[in-house]
Design a protein. Sequence first.
Length: 288
Amino acid sequence: MNPIIEVKGLTHIYSQGTPFERYALDNVDLQVNQGEFMGIIGHTGSGKSTLIQHLNGLLKPTSGTLLFEGKDIWSDKKFTRDVRFQVGLVFQYPEYQLFEETVYKDIAFGPKNMKLSEEEIDRRVREAARFVELSDDVLEMSPFALSGGQKRRVAIAGVIAMEPKVLILDEPTAGLDPKGREQILSNIKNYQTAKKATVIMVSHSMEEIADSVQRLVVVNDAHIVMDGTPSQVFAHAKELEEMGLAVPQVTNIFRRLGELGLPVDTTVYTTKQAVALLSSLKGGASVC
């Protein structure tokens, strides 16, 4: 895979030169590959939110370099602005940022700022609405008349309508019921598949991360401390717990089964994997 974003020696210091100086990121290196679905986890204050806000130029590094498609995003102001359209960031509880009188206008806000034609804006709005399963009649409604889950989908559609090459989502399912969470995750996966986009998702839910991502990055105390497949990362359950992070519940169950002497793979991290392995056990086959 080719990197679409490269982070080299990234350091960000808050309140530099004051008694409150704090390193949010310290000499971080990271490559984000074209088309991959990456998860980022870390305890509150670990630096993960600071990291994702650097990826589209919302924050400027204290030191270090960020490249988008091989070019420094801070090389000139025009390129920095362009990157903010190409790397779309959906904040936690994005529905609080809705402000237009109709859903259509809210979704169209980003494309309008891109100076696109009315025809192109209309195409993008309607396509983005379809990705998040909003019907045409909803487009003419006030966003404030919608349910919480619908508002969240409107906010995500507003970023998708810019057709970013990289879509970053900070806790996209926070506060939603199980059905709403499942729908949002399905919408995100459909967008990635259709557009071959790169997706980066920050989540506190290990189950959501485990079921969604191909690669998992762990941020702890301003550093990236793990980077691998979910199976590779969740194999370090003890270290994750020491950082204040959980592993998927199914992983804990299989760790306990292993401790009891059953021949199971203790790196299982999804329910689907668990069902397959337990079925093998029931049939008398070894599942090591």
